[in-house]
Design a protein around this ligand. Structure first.
Ligand code: C2E
Ligand code: MG
Ligand code: MG
Ligand code: MG
Length: 290
């Protein structure tokens, strides 16, 4: 199921899992150490409202400060985590890091943080309680957190997945359907999924300023999302031209290199303060959304 999404964007195929079994075992072992010894971090990428240019979210993306291989992206660690059965502890760790970071900016900026879930989480009936406890620990309201999932994470047990999502929304956490329009996403799923947001995949937003067919797909997805009461976030927005076209087509929010690359927590905090003041003198953002 994963390979269907891997080619789409920066989800780098794992060279480790593609090679000999002993390497794979070593990575799994190292990942256990990483979890125990605090080698994981999150980078944060801002999400911008395309109408008024405000920062309305930040996605937390896991990174691994590997002792010898340097900074590793999710493509190098998620497959190993999955094979080692470490996806739940990994998410626990990422959730903790993301909420600790949000706790530092929430009072001043009220910007929610998004965390990615995997299939192992969506079928975890204890997830809503764990999430509620983590929010309490960091003194954050539920609306400070959005949880993202791709639809195929629900395939194993859709019924249980819907229960977990519904429970999360009941406590006030928002849910988001990631990479929409790729892989196994389908309209049938949309009908019953308890969600607040659709994230339109980069493969569908990339050429929107030059390709009328891409624009038609975005425009119709916007209408669909809005008719279902969902907010539409465009992913992988790399140019100002794309951003402007997406705004014109009615997308609510944009995320991508045109706004900012994912960055370490300290850097994001500085960026957020700068973006806020830029908003006040209307320099940074109108350029992107017009
Ligand atoms: P995603 O959730 O769809 O996250 C967006 C990915 O697109 C990120 O890659 C981000 O760095 C990249 N990106 C953002 N803007 C642009 C752009 O303008 N152009 C291009 N080409 N790429 C852009 P990253 O950090 O490598 O993460 C890849 C995937 O790994 C994520 O896709 C998500 O599915 C998964 N992932 C990341 N962190 C976690 C985590 O903590 N837990 C779980 N379960 N999955 C995670
Ligand atoms: Mg995501
Ligand atoms: Mg995505
Ligand atoms: Mg994606």
């Amino acid at each position: 199921a994963k390979s269907a999404r891997e080619g789409v964007h920066v989800y780098v195929p794992d060279p480790v899992t593609g090679t000999a079994g002993s390497d794979r075992l070593r990575t799994m072992e190292e990942l256990r150490t990483a979890l125990a010894e605090d080698e994981l971090a999150v980078f944060l990428q801002p999400q911008m409202d395309l109408r008024h240019g405000g920062i309305v979210g930040a996605e937390a993306l896991v990174r691994w400060h590997h002792p010898t291989r340097g900074l590793l992206s999710p493509g190098h660690l998620l497959p190993a985590a999955e094979q080692a059965g470490l996806l739940r502890p990994l998410t626990d760790r990422v959730l903790e890091l993301a909420l600790a970071a949000a706790g530092r900016w929430w009072a001043d900026h009220k910007v929610p943080v998004s965390v990615n879930l995997s299939a192992a989480n969506v079928t975890d009936l204890d997830l809503p309680d764990k999430v509620a406890a983590a929010l309490r620990r960091h003194g954050l309201p539920a609306l400070a957190l959005t949880l993202e999932l791709v639809e195929d994470t629900l395939m194993a047990d859709p019924e249980r997945g819907r229960t977990v999502l519904a429970d999360l929304r009941r406590i006030g956490v928002r849910t988001s359907i990631d990479d929409y329009g790729t892989g196994y996403s389908s309209l049938a799923y949309l009908r019953h999924l308890p969600a607040d947001e659709l994230k339109l995949d980069q493969s569908l937003t990339a050429d929107v300023d030059r390709d009328p067919r891409a624009a038609a797909i975005v425009q119709h997805t916007v209408a669909l999302a809005h008719d279902l009461g969902l907010r539409l976030v465009a992913e992988g927005v790399e140019t100002v031209a794309t951003s402007a076209t997406l705004a014109r087509l009615g997308c609510d929010v944009a995320q991508g290199y045109a706004i900012a690359h994912p960055m370490p927590v300290e850097e994001f905090l500085r960026w957020l303060v700068a973006a806020d003041s830029a908003l006040v003198d209307e320099t940074l953002v109108p350029r992107l959304s017009r």
